[in-house]
Design a protein around this ligand. Structure first.
Ligand code: SF4
Ligand code: SF4
Ligand code: FES
Length: 248
């Protein structure tokens, strides 16, 4: 008898619909991951009981943990479906959409809050591309070493889903956004907006909402040193707030 894989998926037809669970049973294949299992289910949407159902909806693109779109709760833990190997998961494998983001359909959620937060802190390098600026300023190797891990963020939102402080009552921007503030404030050209970025992290929803529970650093699929970035940025925000205060 061939080996099978049992998968339970939380289905929700639209943002206002009541969720329900459906079970699927697939034939096991070597190297199977959650995305390849979902592709099979979407192509042949028949439940374990033999009932035809609607194709499941989920986001994915790169299939190699780069685009950040396939994040979901797999056996209750926030992670990327494309790097979750079926053989390493307990069965039945449960797949649910993130709980802290609005559900669009099935496993798809609206993650636009992270992009709004990145806009809020101006997470970009300000350059005027209308004329030749010549070579940019040099970056110190020590800064590069700190910048590279931060630049690996894929905006998956796993850190925000796992963070006890990321909720509607705090409006906390979350660890990923703070990591990007650190990254762009280290960059020799990015520094031009350092003051504005630090100011954007002051007050409600800012860096002081972080309770330093460290769930973010534990869950990040790209091993980004988030708690160090939060501590370093927290110190900079404090210094900036003092300077602003004394300048009146
Ligand atoms: S350290 Fe804790 S409270 Fe702060 S961002 Fe990470 S998970 Fe959230
Ligand atoms: S910091 Fe890590 S967990 Fe958070 S969005 Fe970036 S890659 Fe995802
Ligand atoms: S499909 Fe791009 S990160 Fe998983």
């Amino acid at each position: 008898m061939s080996k099978t894989v049992l998968i339970k998926i939380k289905r929700q037809e639209n943002p206002g619909a009541t969720p329900r669970w459906e079970e699927f049973e697939l034939t096991w294949k070597p190297g199977m991951n959650v995305i390849s299992a979902m592709m099979e289910i979407a192509a042949n949407p028949v439940t374990r009981a033999g009932q035809p159902t609607t194709p499941i909806a989920y986001d994915s693109n790169c299939l190699e943990e780069v685009c950040g779109s396939c994040a979901m709760l797999i056996n209750g833990r926030a992670r990327m479906a494309c790097s979750a190997l079926v053989d390493k998961l307990e069965q039945p494998i449960t797949l649910e959409p993130f709980k802290k983001f609005p559900v669009v359909r099935d496993l798809q959620v609206d993650r636009s809050v992270i992009f709004e937060n990145l806009k809020r802190v101006k997470a970009w390098i300000p350059v005027d591309g209308t004329y030749d600026l010549g070579p940019g300023p040099r970056t110190q190797p020590t800064d590069q070493e700190e910048e590279y891990p931060l630049s690996r963020c894929i905006s998956c939102c796993c850190c925000m889903e796992a963070c006890p402080q990321f909720n509607e009552s705090t409006g906390f921007v979350g660890a990923a956004t703070i990591g990007q503030v650190r990254l762009f404030n280290l960059h020799p050209t990015g520094k031009a907006l350092k003051h504005e970025r630090l100011q954007a992290l002051m007050g409600d929803g800012g860096i002081q909402e972080c309770g330093f529970a460290q769930n973010c650093v534990e869950i990040c699929p790209k091993d980004i040193p988030l708690t160090k970035a939060i501590a370093d940025t927290g110190g900079e925000v404090m210094k900036q707030a003092m300077k602003d205060f004394f300048r009146g």
